[in-house]
Design a protein around this ligand. Structure first.
Ligand SMILES: NCc1[nH]cc(CCC(=O)O)c1CC(=O)O
Length: 308
């Protein structure tokens, strides 16, 4: 079968472009062609236009994906490269997730002003983040710390620490690495206190659900272990109905044929955590994630919304 000359859709942020270059390089290497065999089309999404409000307030899922879904359906692009963390649990029926690239380190990094670690910050120090999960985890870790909304792309957020607008911020280590900015991290945060967002560190690829040719071309670069982990994490999120107004974290670790999932829903002020663990085979990934969500919902009769 000859390799179709596929068109790749992406957002235009530096991180999105780095992820797209990585995807294109892997695809080109897998097929023994030059990277420019695949054209890249940058598409602005509604999420890119929002700079001043928390995404949770801007409302709605799919802020970073809708315009890319439309471009897929209109055949302007053949597949789209996403941060899995930004992929909604429900996609239009014409769209399918082909799979995921091998996952980067899923942990969060701390970037402290003057190189400070989180424990070293003075009492009442201010942490900037746009993530409800990170804000809740920071307060659970140190109740004296304040959190303020800090949006914008990775570089913008790092600049706010540099300028002293905030005393520190938390960012995905994966994003920093992909941007060549890992040296800006003053600390890699432990998974037990800072369980990452579902999907963190994984690049997800969406294509038209009916497009077997594109799926076949992508297959060699997709990673089975990451796919299993993401199936568990996304099933957890979906079963909890993570409306993105509640702090939710979830991570699956795959070793051979077995999968361990750990998920939690937190009160916004970090005062209370509902956690669940499940273990089983990779083939049961989705039911392990959903099972962990049910465990949490049994203890939260009002649903996760009662936590916000
Ligand atoms: N919501 C923004 C976003 N989406 C994906 C990443 C990082 C890369 C990743 O998690 O794969 C980031 C920035 C951040 O949280 O630091």
């Amino acid at each position: 079968m000859s390799l179709p000359s596929l068109t790749i859709g992406t957002r235009g942020s530096p991180l999105a472009l780095a992820q797209t270059q990585e995807t294109r390089a892997r695809l080109a290497a897998a097929h023994g062609v030059a990277p420019d065999h695949f054209r890249i089309v940058v598409i602005r999404t509604s999420g890119d236009a929002i700079q001043d409000r928390a995404l949770a307030e801007a409302g709605g899922k799919g802020l970073f994906t809708r315009e890319l879904d439309l471009a897929l359906i209109a055949r302007e692009i053949d597949f789209a490269v996403h941060s899995s963390k930004d992929l909604p649990t429900e996609l239009p029926e014409e769209i399918a997730i082909a799979g995921y690239l091998p996952r980067e380190d899923p942990r969060d990094a701390f970037i402290g002003r003057g190189g400070a670690r989180l424990v070293e910050l003075p009492e009442g120090a201010v942490i900037g983040t746009a993530s409800l999960r990170r804000a809740a985890q920071v307060k659970r870790f140190r109740a004296d710390l304040k959190t303020v909304l800090l949006r914008g792309n990775v570089e913008t957020r790092l600049a706010k620490v540099e300028s002293g607008a905030v005393d520190g911020t938390l960012l995905a280590l994966a994003g920093l690495r992909r941007l060549g900015l890992e040296s800006r991290a003053t600390e890699i945060l432990p998974l037990d206190a800072f369980l990452p967002a579902a999907g963190q560190g994984a690049i997800g690829i969406a294509c038209r659900a009916s497009d077997d040719a594109t799926y076949a071309a992508l297959a060699p670069i997709l990673d089975a272990a990451t796919c299993a982990a993401l199936n568990a994490e996304r099933a957890f999120l979906k079963a909890l109905d993570g409306s993105c107004r509640t702090p939710i974290a979830g991570l699956a670790v795959v070793e051979g044929d077995s999968l361990r999932f750990h998920g939690e829903a937190l009160q916004s002020d970090g005062g209370c955590t509902f956690a669940a663990r499940q273990e089983g085979g990779v083939a049961q990934a989705a039911s392990l994630g959903a099972g962990a969500a049910r465990e949490i919902l049994r203890r939260l009769p009002g649903g996760v919304a009662s936590l916000s």
